[in-house]
Design a protein around this ligand. Structure first.
Ligand SMILES: Nc1ncnc2c1ncn2[C@@H]1O[C@H](COP(=O)(O)OP(=O)(O)O)[C@@H](O)[C@H]1O
Ligand SMILES: C=C(OP(=O)(O)O)C(=O)O
Ligand SMILES: [Mn+2]
Length: 532
């Protein structure tokens, strides 16, 4: 049986998917919520938010992500970073999943990935869980109802949490799998209900497709000045570094919180919604995001709540520290309704330095920006990946290694050319620790980070005095109006200066060792910007 709106010529049967139970095509939010509640997938919270827990998997499973090794991608995939799957394994997985799906109900959402019509991808997401349909509908871009009559899905994702893969039979690592087949334009996801896999799969896809079109895909949030999209800023950062929090600045227009492209036409959001962390969410520091947790149809994932009063406990991390809410951009009052921005005028690279060594803000030359982009130094924060329970220093190239199917220098060269062409200002911002490393120091106050970013974006920061950092070679402001001067030089924030110097030296060595892998691929000026 078929429900909902779809072009009959595009029903699943035409993709070889038959024998299912009910199929719900392009249901609107209220119907998806109704189905999800009816099926007992979760329950309604205050304001009609949909409260759900994802079971065993509450973060991504990066080690279970596979790319099918076919001749067409043999020379373009970065195999050291992407686990291969043999084509036969994928075909078996596909057949076994379809057999498993027989007689079960599915939800189909036909959506756009990419706010720029020239570069967008038409994606069909087939989910076993009604709330996954709701999640991805919030996160991607929703076609007009009439556009659905012409919608032709180019890529298809099938997400089946109740299916367990068999490593011997399917050529994967565990029962959990996220498998990409670039020739078949098909992604199969099994044995995980963490909703983030859906959106990050689309991101991975675009990271593969767009560089060939000269478009730089970026793991970044973006915002622009009110009334002036030409004044666009992007904020690169691995999970937990502050992309979502810092892009939702009350004095700017939010373009998007996680994934954007930079083409000859400017910047554009890949998505149409946000996926914010809710752990310790402070209604005063982040009022707009807080409000979405009490809004009809927002997906509230893995938060603990009082079963009687439905009061959410923002401090409770007993299910995971990676508690989340997912909502469409129009739940945020100062969000862009086009998803489009100009050529980034300011590029912020967010790092969550668990060593407490990097300054809260530093100005980078284009060569230094390239050095830090390829290095991608930060910390993995608790919860977003399986097995990470406290901040874990890492070099995640392009500030998003788990999502990069191509070699880092492909992205590096694209970004370098665009920075040079458009003369973007580049900054490195530490949202991690100050006053000592994780364990002794504390997390950088959001207020200070916001004030420094405002000064960078409104141009006032460029006018202050800078010092050259002896360890890293970049320029650091000496004093900034509205910010505690004591914070600006991290060495001052440590009680034990010798300990700071030792930690800084260690970090410089880590950078230098990590960077060796990029030396054969980079220009002389980036080599000159290398530290250590
Ligand atoms: N100085 C800071 N800047 C940004 N975020 C901070 C800061 N200090 C603490 N945080 C917290 O860190 C988390 C950043 O998460 P988020 O913005 O969702 O990151 P991302 O979108 O990059 O994954 C939020 O929970 C935020 O409240
Ligand atoms: C959704 C995720 O990304 P981010 O934390 O960057 O929002 C994730 O890493 O699973
Ligand atoms: Mn985010």
């Amino acid at each position: 049986m078929t429900n909902g709106r779809v072009n009959p010529a595009q029903e699943l049967a035409h993709q070889g998917i038959t024998g299912l139970g009910n199929v719900y095509y392009n249901f609107l939010e209220h119907s998806l919520v109704e189905e999800a509640v009816k099926r007992g997938e979760g329950r309604l919270g205050k304001g009609g938010a949909f409260l759900v827990s994802t079971g065993q998997f509450t973060g991504r499973s990066p080690k279970d992500k596979h790319v099918v090794r076919t001749p067409s991608v043999e020379n373009t995939i970065w195999w050291d970073n992407n686990a291969a799957m043999p084509p036969e394994g994928f075909d078996q997985l596909h057949a076994d999943m379809l057999a498993h799906m027989q007689g079960r109900d599915y939800f189909v959402q036909d959506l756009y990935a990419g706010a720029d019509p020239v570069h967008r991808l038409d994606v069909r997401v087939v989910t076993e869980l009604a709330w996954h349909g709701l999640f991805i509908r919030h996160l991607l871009r929703r076609p007009e109802r009439t556009e659905l009559d012409q919608f032709v899905p180019e890529w298809t994702i099938i997400n089946c949490p109740s299916f367990k893969a068999d490593p011997a039979r399917h050529g994967c690592r565990s029962e959990t799998v996220i498998a990409f087949h670039f020739d078949k334009k098909l992604i199969l996801i099994a044995n995980t209900a963490y909703a983030g896999e859906n959106k990050k799969s689309v991101f991975t896809l675009l990271n593969y497709i767009l560089p060939e079109k000269g478009v730089m895909p970026m793991h970044c949030s973006a915002n622009h000045a009110i009334g002036n999209p030409v004044d666009t800023a992007v904020f690169f950062g691995l999970s937990g570094t502050g992309k979502t929090t810092l892009s939702a600045a009350p004095d700017r227009i939010l373009i998007g919180d996680d994934e954007h492209g930079w083409s000859d036409r400017g910047s554009f959001n890949f998505e149409g919604g946000c996926y914010a962390k809710t752990i310790n969410l402070d209604p005063e520091a982040e009022p707009e995001i807080y409000a979405t947790t009490h809004h009809f149809s927002t997906v509230v994932e893995n938060m603990v709540y009082d079963p009687e009063t439905l009061e959410l406990d923002f401090a409770d991390d007993s299910l995971t520290a990676n508690t989340r809410c997912a909502y469409p951009l129009d739940f945020i009052s100062n969000a862009s309704n086009t998803g489009l921005g100009g050529h980034p005028k300011n590029i912020i690279m967010l790092t969550c330095d668990a060593f407490g060594v990097l300054p809260p803000i530093s100005r980078l030359t284009p060569a230094q920006a390239m050095y830090h982009f390829l290095s991608g130094f930060t910390a993995k924060v608790a919860g977003t990946e399986r097995g990470v329970t406290e901040p874990q220093p890492t070099f995640s190239t392009c500030f998003g290694a788990p999502f990069m199917p191509r070699r880092p220098e492909v992205y590096g060269k694209l970004l370098q050319a665009k920075i040079a062409k458009h003369g973007a200002n580049c900054w490195l911002v530490n949202t991690g620790w100050t006053g000592g490393a994780y364990g002794t120091g504390k997390r950088m106050p959001i207020k200070a980070t916001r004030a420094l970013l405002s000064a960078a974006l409104d141009g006032s920061l460029a006018a202050v005095e800078f010092r050259r950092d002896p360890n890293f070679g970049f320029d650091v402001p000496v004093a900034v109006p509205g910010v505690d001067t004591g914070l600006l030089d991290p060495r001052n924030t440590w009680a034990d200066k010798a300990a700071y110097d030792a930690q800084a030296k260690k970090l410089v060595e880590m950078f230098s060792k990590n960077f060796e892998q990029y030396v054969p691929f980079i220009d002389e000026d980036v080599k000159a910007a290398a530290i250590g």
